[in-house]
Ligand binder design. Structure first.
Ligand code: SAM
Length: 472
Protein backbone atom coordinates (compact mmCIF):
# COMPACT_ATOMS: atom_id res chain seq x y z
CA UNK A 1 0.00 0.00 0.00
CA UNK A 2 2.80 2.46 0.92
CA UNK A 3 4.23 4.14 -2.14
CA UNK A 4 6.36 7.24 -1.74
CA UNK A 5 5.76 8.19 -5.37
CA UNK A 6 2.02 7.67 -5.38
CA UNK A 7 -0.06 10.79 -5.94
CA UNK A 8 -2.73 9.51 -3.55
CA UNK A 9 -2.56 10.85 0.01
CA UNK A 10 -3.40 7.55 1.63
CA UNK A 11 -0.57 5.83 -0.23
CA UNK A 12 2.27 8.31 0.31
CA UNK A 13 1.12 8.93 3.90
CA UNK A 14 0.15 5.32 4.47
CA UNK A 15 -1.28 4.69 7.94
CA UNK A 16 0.03 1.13 7.74
CA UNK A 17 3.56 2.39 7.11
CA UNK A 18 3.35 4.85 10.01
CA UNK A 19 2.12 2.13 12.37
CA UNK A 20 4.95 -0.15 11.21
CA UNK A 21 7.41 2.72 11.69
CA UNK A 22 6.28 3.31 15.27
CA UNK A 23 6.57 -0.41 15.99
CA UNK A 24 10.04 -0.51 14.46
CA UNK A 25 11.02 2.53 16.55
CA UNK A 26 9.80 0.91 19.78
CA UNK A 27 11.61 -2.33 18.99
CA UNK A 28 14.91 -0.58 18.24
CA UNK A 29 15.03 2.45 20.53
CA UNK A 30 17.16 0.59 23.12
CA UNK A 31 19.25 -1.27 20.58
CA UNK A 32 22.41 0.84 20.71
CA UNK A 33 23.89 -0.85 17.67
CA UNK A 34 20.97 0.33 15.55
CA UNK A 35 20.87 3.76 17.23
CA UNK A 36 24.62 4.27 16.67
CA UNK A 37 24.32 3.25 13.04
CA UNK A 38 21.55 5.81 12.49
CA UNK A 39 23.53 8.54 14.25
CA UNK A 40 26.57 7.70 12.14
CA UNK A 41 24.46 8.04 9.00
CA UNK A 42 23.02 11.34 10.26
CA UNK A 43 26.56 12.64 10.74
CA UNK A 44 27.08 12.43 6.98
CA UNK A 45 24.67 15.39 6.81
CA UNK A 46 22.49 13.89 4.09
CA UNK A 47 19.42 13.27 6.18
CA UNK A 48 17.52 10.28 7.54
CA UNK A 49 14.45 8.33 6.51
CA UNK A 50 11.23 8.57 8.51
CA UNK A 51 11.96 5.14 10.01
CA UNK A 52 15.47 6.03 11.11
CA UNK A 53 14.47 9.40 12.53
CA UNK A 54 11.55 7.78 14.36
CA UNK A 55 13.94 5.41 16.16
CA UNK A 56 15.92 8.42 17.41
CA UNK A 57 12.70 10.15 18.46
CA UNK A 58 11.75 7.12 20.56
CA UNK A 59 15.25 6.72 22.03
CA UNK A 60 15.62 8.22 25.52
CA UNK A 61 19.24 7.37 26.23
CA UNK A 62 20.75 10.58 27.65
CA UNK A 63 24.17 10.20 26.02
CA UNK A 64 22.66 9.49 22.59
CA UNK A 65 20.29 12.43 22.96
CA UNK A 66 23.23 14.69 23.67
CA UNK A 67 24.90 13.42 20.49
CA UNK A 68 21.74 14.22 18.52
CA UNK A 69 21.54 17.77 19.90
CA UNK A 70 25.21 18.38 19.14
CA UNK A 71 24.71 17.05 15.65
CA UNK A 72 21.63 19.23 15.08
CA UNK A 73 23.66 22.29 16.10
CA UNK A 74 26.47 21.23 13.76
CA UNK A 75 24.21 20.58 10.78
CA UNK A 76 22.50 23.91 11.27
CA UNK A 77 25.86 25.64 11.39
CA UNK A 78 27.12 23.79 8.27
CA UNK A 79 24.11 24.47 6.07
CA UNK A 80 22.58 27.63 7.45
CA UNK A 81 25.42 29.29 9.38
CA UNK A 82 24.44 31.83 12.03
CA UNK A 83 21.88 33.75 10.00
CA UNK A 84 18.24 33.99 11.05
CA UNK A 85 15.70 35.21 8.53
CA UNK A 86 12.92 37.49 9.83
CA UNK A 87 9.32 37.70 8.67
CA UNK A 88 5.91 38.84 9.87
CA UNK A 89 2.45 37.36 9.34
CA UNK A 90 -0.20 39.63 7.86
CA UNK A 91 -3.78 38.57 8.55
CA UNK A 92 -6.02 39.75 5.73
CA UNK A 93 -9.33 38.15 6.63
CA UNK A 94 -10.70 35.88 9.32
CA UNK A 95 -13.89 34.96 7.48
CA UNK A 96 -13.99 31.19 7.29
CA UNK A 97 -16.47 28.49 6.32
CA UNK A 98 -14.59 25.59 7.90
CA UNK A 99 -15.29 23.95 11.22
CA UNK A 100 -11.72 23.31 12.50
CA UNK A 101 -12.13 22.48 16.20
CA UNK A 102 -8.83 24.12 17.25
CA UNK A 103 -9.18 27.37 15.31
CA UNK A 104 -11.08 30.46 16.52
CA UNK A 105 -12.02 31.30 12.91
CA UNK A 106 -14.32 28.27 12.75
CA UNK A 107 -17.67 29.12 11.20
CA UNK A 108 -19.72 28.38 14.32
CA UNK A 109 -17.80 30.94 16.37
CA UNK A 110 -20.38 33.72 16.41
CA UNK A 111 -18.70 36.02 18.94
CA UNK A 112 -15.37 36.56 17.19
CA UNK A 113 -15.36 39.85 15.28
CA UNK A 114 -15.06 39.07 11.59
CA UNK A 115 -12.89 41.38 9.54
CA UNK A 116 -11.57 41.56 6.02
CA UNK A 117 -9.11 44.29 5.10
CA UNK A 118 -9.85 46.59 2.18
CA UNK A 119 -6.95 47.36 -0.19
CA UNK A 120 -6.60 50.69 1.56
CA UNK A 121 -6.41 49.01 4.96
CA UNK A 122 -3.83 46.59 3.57
CA UNK A 123 -1.75 49.57 2.46
CA UNK A 124 -1.84 50.96 6.00
CA UNK A 125 -0.91 47.63 7.56
CA UNK A 126 1.96 47.18 5.14
CA UNK A 127 3.28 50.68 5.75
CA UNK A 128 3.24 49.92 9.50
CA UNK A 129 5.16 46.69 8.80
CA UNK A 130 7.63 48.47 6.52
CA UNK A 131 8.17 51.09 9.23
CA UNK A 132 9.16 48.29 11.61
CA UNK A 133 11.71 47.11 9.03
CA UNK A 134 10.01 44.04 7.59
CA UNK A 135 10.76 42.95 4.02
CA UNK A 136 9.11 39.52 4.02
CA UNK A 137 5.50 38.73 4.86
CA UNK A 138 3.35 35.66 5.17
CA UNK A 139 -0.25 36.47 4.34
CA UNK A 140 -2.92 34.53 6.22
CA UNK A 141 -6.59 34.08 5.46
CA UNK A 142 -9.47 31.90 6.51
CA UNK A 143 -11.16 29.84 3.79
CA UNK A 144 -14.25 31.51 2.39
CA UNK A 145 -14.97 31.40 -1.36
CA UNK A 146 -17.38 34.33 -1.13
CA UNK A 147 -15.47 36.70 1.16
CA UNK A 148 -11.91 35.61 0.35
CA UNK A 149 -11.92 34.46 -3.29
CA UNK A 150 -8.60 33.96 -5.09
CA UNK A 151 -9.12 37.33 -6.85
CA UNK A 152 -9.02 39.06 -3.45
CA UNK A 153 -5.80 37.23 -2.55
CA UNK A 154 -4.19 38.16 -5.89
CA UNK A 155 -5.27 41.79 -5.68
CA UNK A 156 -3.89 41.99 -2.14
CA UNK A 157 -0.52 40.53 -3.20
CA UNK A 158 -0.32 43.07 -5.99
CA UNK A 159 -1.14 45.89 -3.56
CA UNK A 160 1.52 44.69 -1.10
CA UNK A 161 4.29 44.47 -3.71
CA UNK A 162 3.50 47.94 -5.05
CA UNK A 163 3.67 49.96 -1.84
CA UNK A 164 6.63 52.31 -1.97
CA UNK A 165 7.00 54.13 1.32
CA UNK A 166 10.26 55.81 2.34
CA UNK A 167 12.96 53.12 1.95
CA UNK A 168 10.47 50.35 2.72
CA UNK A 169 9.58 47.48 0.41
CA UNK A 170 7.99 44.11 0.81
CA UNK A 171 10.18 41.93 -1.37
CA UNK A 172 8.70 38.53 -0.71
CA UNK A 173 5.11 37.56 0.04
CA UNK A 174 4.61 34.00 1.25
CA UNK A 175 1.06 32.74 1.21
CA UNK A 176 -0.77 30.60 3.76
CA UNK A 177 -4.22 29.89 2.38
CA UNK A 178 -6.38 26.80 2.28
CA UNK A 179 -5.76 24.02 -0.22
CA UNK A 180 -6.88 25.06 -3.68
CA UNK A 181 -6.85 24.10 -7.37
CA UNK A 182 -3.86 23.83 -9.76
CA UNK A 183 -5.31 26.76 -11.65
CA UNK A 184 -5.33 28.94 -8.53
CA UNK A 185 -1.81 27.85 -7.61
CA UNK A 186 -0.72 28.90 -11.09
CA UNK A 187 -2.27 32.33 -10.50
CA UNK A 188 -0.44 32.64 -7.19
CA UNK A 189 2.79 31.64 -8.91
CA UNK A 190 2.24 34.25 -11.59
CA UNK A 191 1.55 36.86 -8.90
CA UNK A 192 5.13 36.26 -7.73
CA UNK A 193 4.60 34.63 -4.37
CA UNK A 194 7.51 33.22 -2.40
CA UNK A 195 6.62 30.04 -0.53
CA UNK A 196 3.17 28.48 -0.52
CA UNK A 197 2.62 27.36 3.06
CA UNK A 198 -0.04 24.92 4.15
CA UNK A 199 -0.01 23.16 7.48
CA UNK A 200 -1.22 19.61 7.38
CA UNK A 201 -2.47 20.07 10.98
CA UNK A 202 -2.45 16.28 11.43
CA UNK A 203 -1.41 13.40 9.18
CA UNK A 204 -3.74 10.99 10.96
CA UNK A 205 -6.70 10.68 8.60
CA UNK A 206 -9.21 9.61 11.22
CA UNK A 207 -8.12 12.35 13.62
CA UNK A 208 -8.05 14.85 10.75
CA UNK A 209 -11.65 14.16 9.80
CA UNK A 210 -12.83 14.56 13.40
CA UNK A 211 -10.89 17.80 13.85
CA UNK A 212 -12.32 19.19 10.60
CA UNK A 213 -15.94 18.05 10.83
CA UNK A 214 -17.39 20.53 8.33
CA UNK A 215 -16.38 22.67 5.36
CA UNK A 216 -14.06 22.01 2.40
CA UNK A 217 -11.10 21.39 4.71
CA UNK A 218 -12.80 18.16 5.85
CA UNK A 219 -11.43 16.44 2.72
CA UNK A 220 -8.19 14.80 3.91
CA UNK A 221 -6.97 13.77 0.47
CA UNK A 222 -7.60 17.18 -1.11
CA UNK A 223 -5.71 18.87 1.72
CA UNK A 224 -2.83 16.38 1.82
CA UNK A 225 -2.32 16.41 -1.95
CA UNK A 226 -2.31 20.23 -2.09
CA UNK A 227 1.48 20.51 -2.35
CA UNK A 228 1.49 18.30 -5.46
CA UNK A 229 -1.09 20.59 -7.06
CA UNK A 230 0.98 23.63 -6.02
CA UNK A 231 3.98 22.06 -7.79
CA UNK A 232 1.83 21.36 -10.85
CA UNK A 233 0.89 25.06 -10.81
CA UNK A 234 4.55 26.04 -10.91
CA UNK A 235 5.19 26.74 -7.22
CA UNK A 236 8.39 24.92 -6.31
CA UNK A 237 8.90 26.39 -2.83
CA UNK A 238 6.34 24.82 -0.54
CA UNK A 239 6.19 24.89 3.25
CA UNK A 240 4.92 22.02 5.40
CA UNK A 241 3.87 21.99 9.03
CA UNK A 242 2.02 20.03 11.68
CA UNK A 243 -0.04 21.64 14.43
CA UNK A 244 1.53 19.88 17.39
CA UNK A 245 -0.81 19.06 20.23
CA UNK A 246 -3.73 17.81 18.15
CA UNK A 247 -2.66 14.20 17.68
CA UNK A 248 0.11 11.87 18.83
CA UNK A 249 3.42 13.60 18.06
CA UNK A 250 5.23 10.44 16.99
CA UNK A 251 2.64 9.78 14.31
CA UNK A 252 2.88 13.37 13.08
CA UNK A 253 6.66 13.29 13.02
CA UNK A 254 6.73 10.18 10.83
CA UNK A 255 3.97 11.59 8.57
CA UNK A 256 5.77 14.89 8.15
CA UNK A 257 8.99 13.19 7.05
CA UNK A 258 7.08 10.88 4.72
CA UNK A 259 5.50 13.94 3.12
CA UNK A 260 8.96 15.48 2.66
CA UNK A 261 10.22 12.20 1.14
CA UNK A 262 7.22 12.14 -1.20
CA UNK A 263 7.88 15.68 -2.47
CA UNK A 264 11.55 14.87 -3.02
CA UNK A 265 10.74 11.59 -4.81
CA UNK A 266 8.07 13.06 -7.09
CA UNK A 267 9.23 16.61 -7.74
CA UNK A 268 12.97 16.25 -7.14
CA UNK A 269 12.85 18.81 -4.36
CA UNK A 270 11.78 18.50 -0.76
CA UNK A 271 9.87 21.14 1.21
CA UNK A 272 11.44 24.60 1.27
CA UNK A 273 10.40 25.03 4.90
CA UNK A 274 8.87 23.14 7.78
CA UNK A 275 6.94 25.03 10.47
CA UNK A 276 6.44 23.74 13.97
CA UNK A 277 3.36 25.43 15.46
CA UNK A 278 1.82 24.22 18.73
CA UNK A 279 -1.88 24.71 19.55
CA UNK A 280 -2.47 27.87 21.55
CA UNK A 281 -5.28 29.42 23.51
CA UNK A 282 -7.56 31.55 21.37
CA UNK A 283 -11.10 32.88 21.36
CA UNK A 284 -13.41 29.90 21.89
CA UNK A 285 -10.40 27.56 21.94
CA UNK A 286 -8.96 25.83 24.98
CA UNK A 287 -5.70 24.07 24.03
CA UNK A 288 -6.17 21.67 26.97
CA UNK A 289 -9.19 20.27 25.16
CA UNK A 290 -6.66 18.40 22.99
CA UNK A 291 -4.86 15.89 25.13
CA UNK A 292 -1.76 15.49 22.97
CA UNK A 293 0.17 18.56 24.12
CA UNK A 294 3.94 18.11 24.16
CA UNK A 295 6.43 19.37 26.72
CA UNK A 296 9.02 21.99 25.81
CA UNK A 297 11.70 19.28 26.06
CA UNK A 298 9.93 17.01 23.58
CA UNK A 299 9.31 20.00 21.31
CA UNK A 300 13.06 20.76 21.28
CA UNK A 301 13.84 17.12 20.53
CA UNK A 302 11.44 17.14 17.59
CA UNK A 303 13.04 20.32 16.22
CA UNK A 304 16.53 18.86 16.55
CA UNK A 305 15.46 15.66 14.80
CA UNK A 306 13.74 17.45 11.93
CA UNK A 307 16.99 19.39 11.49
CA UNK A 308 18.98 16.15 11.36
CA UNK A 309 16.48 14.31 9.13
CA UNK A 310 16.04 17.05 6.47
CA UNK A 311 19.21 19.17 6.65
CA UNK A 312 18.40 21.35 3.62
CA UNK A 313 14.95 22.43 4.70
CA UNK A 314 14.48 25.81 6.40
CA UNK A 315 12.66 25.66 9.70
CA UNK A 316 10.23 28.27 10.98
CA UNK A 317 9.04 29.15 14.47
CA UNK A 318 6.44 31.82 15.15
CA UNK A 319 5.55 34.00 18.12
CA UNK A 320 3.25 31.23 19.31
CA UNK A 321 6.35 30.38 21.34
CA UNK A 322 7.94 32.59 23.99
CA UNK A 323 11.53 33.82 24.21
CA UNK A 324 12.99 30.88 26.15
CA UNK A 325 11.62 28.18 23.83
CA UNK A 326 12.59 30.20 20.76
CA UNK A 327 16.13 30.51 22.07
CA UNK A 328 16.50 26.73 22.35
CA UNK A 329 14.78 26.19 19.01
CA UNK A 330 17.27 28.52 17.30
CA UNK A 331 20.11 26.48 18.69
CA UNK A 332 18.80 23.19 17.36
CA UNK A 333 17.69 24.10 13.89
CA UNK A 334 15.29 26.97 13.37
CA UNK A 335 16.40 29.27 10.53
CA UNK A 336 13.43 31.65 10.26
CA UNK A 337 11.40 33.47 12.91
CA UNK A 338 8.66 36.05 13.02
CA UNK A 339 9.06 39.19 15.07
CA UNK A 340 6.78 41.97 16.28
CA UNK A 341 3.79 39.88 15.07
CA UNK A 342 0.12 40.70 15.42
CA UNK A 343 -2.29 37.87 14.72
CA UNK A 344 -5.46 39.94 14.47
CA UNK A 345 -6.85 41.35 11.25
CA UNK A 346 -5.73 45.00 11.16
CA UNK A 347 -3.54 44.52 14.23
CA UNK A 348 -0.50 46.46 13.01
CA UNK A 349 -2.40 49.72 12.66
CA UNK A 350 -4.89 49.46 15.51
CA UNK A 351 -3.52 48.72 18.94
CA UNK A 352 -5.10 45.40 19.92
CA UNK A 353 -7.76 46.37 22.44
CA UNK A 354 -9.11 44.21 25.26
CA UNK A 355 -12.42 43.65 23.53
CA UNK A 356 -10.89 42.84 20.12
CA UNK A 357 -11.04 39.07 19.91
CA UNK A 358 -10.21 38.72 16.22
CA UNK A 359 -6.72 37.34 16.87
CA UNK A 360 -5.95 33.87 15.61
CA UNK A 361 -4.06 32.79 18.69
CA UNK A 362 -2.42 34.32 21.75
CA UNK A 363 1.09 35.55 20.98
CA UNK A 364 3.71 34.48 23.52
CA UNK A 365 6.60 36.56 22.25
CA UNK A 366 5.33 40.14 22.39
CA UNK A 367 8.65 41.91 21.87
CA UNK A 368 9.05 44.55 19.18
CA UNK A 369 11.03 43.70 16.06
CA UNK A 370 13.89 45.89 17.29
CA UNK A 371 13.99 43.96 20.57
CA UNK A 372 14.04 40.68 18.67
CA UNK A 373 16.87 41.91 16.42
CA UNK A 374 18.85 43.11 19.43
CA UNK A 375 18.33 39.76 21.17
CA UNK A 376 19.47 37.81 18.08
CA UNK A 377 22.64 39.90 17.85
CA UNK A 378 23.34 39.30 21.55
CA UNK A 379 23.02 35.57 20.91
CA UNK A 380 25.50 35.77 18.02
CA UNK A 381 22.95 35.34 15.21
CA UNK A 382 22.95 37.59 12.17
CA UNK A 383 19.38 38.86 11.61
CA UNK A 384 18.68 38.66 7.89
CA UNK A 385 16.00 40.36 5.78
CA UNK A 386 17.30 38.68 2.66
CA UNK A 387 14.89 37.78 -0.14
CA UNK A 388 17.53 37.35 -2.86
CA UNK A 389 17.14 33.70 -3.79
CA UNK A 390 13.61 33.82 -5.00
CA UNK A 391 14.13 37.18 -6.71
CA UNK A 392 17.12 35.71 -8.55
CA UNK A 393 15.09 32.66 -9.54
CA UNK A 394 16.91 30.40 -7.09
CA UNK A 395 13.84 28.48 -6.02
CA UNK A 396 13.10 24.79 -5.69
CA UNK A 397 16.06 22.57 -6.59
CA UNK A 398 18.24 25.59 -7.48
CA UNK A 399 18.01 26.85 -3.90
CA UNK A 400 18.61 23.34 -2.60
CA UNK A 401 21.76 22.94 -4.67
CA UNK A 402 23.12 26.19 -3.24
CA UNK A 403 22.45 24.84 0.21
CA UNK A 404 23.86 21.40 -0.56
CA UNK A 405 27.05 22.83 -2.04
CA UNK A 406 27.54 24.85 1.15
CA UNK A 407 28.04 27.99 -0.95
CA UNK A 408 25.86 29.98 1.39
CA UNK A 409 28.82 31.70 3.05
CA UNK A 410 29.64 33.36 -0.26
CA UNK A 411 26.03 34.19 -1.07
CA UNK A 412 23.54 34.18 1.80
CA UNK A 413 26.00 35.58 4.31
CA UNK A 414 26.83 38.79 2.42
CA UNK A 415 23.14 39.19 1.53
CA UNK A 416 22.24 38.89 5.20
CA UNK A 417 24.82 41.50 6.16
CA UNK A 418 23.66 43.94 3.49
CA UNK A 419 20.00 43.63 4.49
CA UNK A 420 20.91 43.95 8.17
CA UNK A 421 22.76 47.14 7.29
CA UNK A 422 19.60 48.49 5.60
CA UNK A 423 17.63 47.69 8.74
CA UNK A 424 20.16 49.41 10.97
CA UNK A 425 20.22 52.53 8.80
CA UNK A 426 16.47 52.87 8.41
CA UNK A 427 14.72 51.39 11.44
CA UNK A 428 16.95 50.35 14.36
CA UNK A 429 17.20 51.97 17.77
CA UNK A 430 20.56 53.58 18.52
CA UNK A 431 21.60 50.70 20.77
CA UNK A 432 20.77 48.04 18.18
CA UNK A 433 22.53 50.07 15.50
CA UNK A 434 25.79 50.20 17.44
CA UNK A 435 25.96 46.48 18.12
CA UNK A 436 24.65 45.61 14.68
CA UNK A 437 27.41 47.61 13.00
CA UNK A 438 30.03 45.87 15.15
CA UNK A 439 28.56 42.52 14.10
CA UNK A 440 28.61 43.41 10.39
CA UNK A 441 32.29 44.39 10.55
CA UNK A 442 33.17 41.15 12.27
CA UNK A 443 31.02 38.93 10.05
CA UNK A 444 32.32 40.45 6.81
CA UNK A 445 35.66 38.83 7.55
CA UNK A 446 34.02 35.39 7.44
CA UNK A 447 33.19 35.62 3.71
CA UNK A 448 35.68 33.18 2.16
CA UNK A 449 35.78 34.56 -1.39
CA UNK A 450 37.92 37.68 -1.45
CA UNK A 451 36.11 39.34 -4.34
CA UNK A 452 32.68 38.76 -2.77
CA UNK A 453 34.00 40.12 0.54
CA UNK A 454 35.24 43.29 -1.13
CA UNK A 455 32.03 43.89 -3.10
CA UNK A 456 29.89 43.27 0.00
CA UNK A 457 31.95 45.82 1.97
CA UNK A 458 31.51 48.35 -0.86
CA UNK A 459 27.75 47.81 -0.95
CA UNK A 460 27.53 48.18 2.81
CA UNK A 461 29.31 51.52 2.52
CA UNK A 462 26.92 52.51 -0.30
CA UNK A 463 23.96 51.74 1.96
CA UNK A 464 25.27 54.38 4.41
CA UNK A 465 25.26 56.71 1.41
CA UNK A 466 21.57 56.06 0.77
CA UNK A 467 21.58 53.22 -1.81
CA UNK A 468 19.38 50.16 -1.21
CA UNK A 469 18.57 46.65 -2.38
CA UNK A 470 21.90 45.03 -3.26
CA UNK A 471 22.06 41.29 -3.61
CA UNK A 472 24.23 38.42 -4.74
N1 SAM B 1 -6.98 28.89 6.60
C1 SAM B 1 -5.77 28.38 6.07
C2 SAM B 1 -5.78 26.86 6.12
O1 SAM B 1 -6.84 26.28 6.27
O2 SAM B 1 -4.76 26.25 5.98
C3 SAM B 1 -4.51 28.86 6.70
C4 SAM B 1 -4.51 30.05 7.54
S1 SAM B 1 -4.56 29.71 9.25
C5 SAM B 1 -4.75 31.41 9.53
C6 SAM B 1 -2.90 29.27 9.68
C7 SAM B 1 -2.66 28.15 10.66
O3 SAM B 1 -2.89 28.57 11.99
C8 SAM B 1 -3.47 26.93 10.54
O4 SAM B 1 -3.04 26.12 9.50
C9 SAM B 1 -3.33 26.27 11.90
O5 SAM B 1 -2.29 25.31 11.90
C10 SAM B 1 -2.90 27.42 12.80
N2 SAM B 1 -3.83 27.58 13.95
C11 SAM B 1 -5.17 27.54 13.93
N3 SAM B 1 -5.66 27.62 15.18
C12 SAM B 1 -4.61 27.69 16.01
C13 SAM B 1 -4.46 27.76 17.44
N4 SAM B 1 -5.51 27.77 18.26
N5 SAM B 1 -3.21 27.79 17.95
C14 SAM B 1 -2.14 27.78 17.14
N6 SAM B 1 -2.22 27.73 15.80
C15 SAM B 1 -3.43 27.67 15.24
Amino acid sequence: MYDVKSMKAEEFISDEEIQATLKYADENKDNMEVVDKIIAKAKLGKGLTHREASVLLACDNEAKLQEIYDLARQIKEDYYGNRIVLFAPLYLSNYCVNGCLYCPYHAKNKHISRKKLTQDEIRKEVIALQDMGHKRLAIELGEDPVNNPIEYVLESINTIYNIKHKNGAIRRVNVNIAATTVENYRKLHEAGIGTYILFQETYNKEGYEKLHPTGPKHDYAYHTEAMDRAQAGGIDDVGLGVLFGLQMYRYEFAGLLMHAEHLEAVHGVGPHTISVPRVKKADDIDPDAFDNGISDEMFEKIIALIRVAVPYTGMIISTREGKAVREKALEFGISQISGGSRTSVGGYVEEESEDDNSAQFDVSDRRTLDQVISWLIDLGYVPSFCTACYREGRTGDRFMSLCKSKQILNCCHPNALMTLKEYLEDYASEETKVKGMAMINEELQKIPNEKVRRIAAEHIADISGGKRDFRF
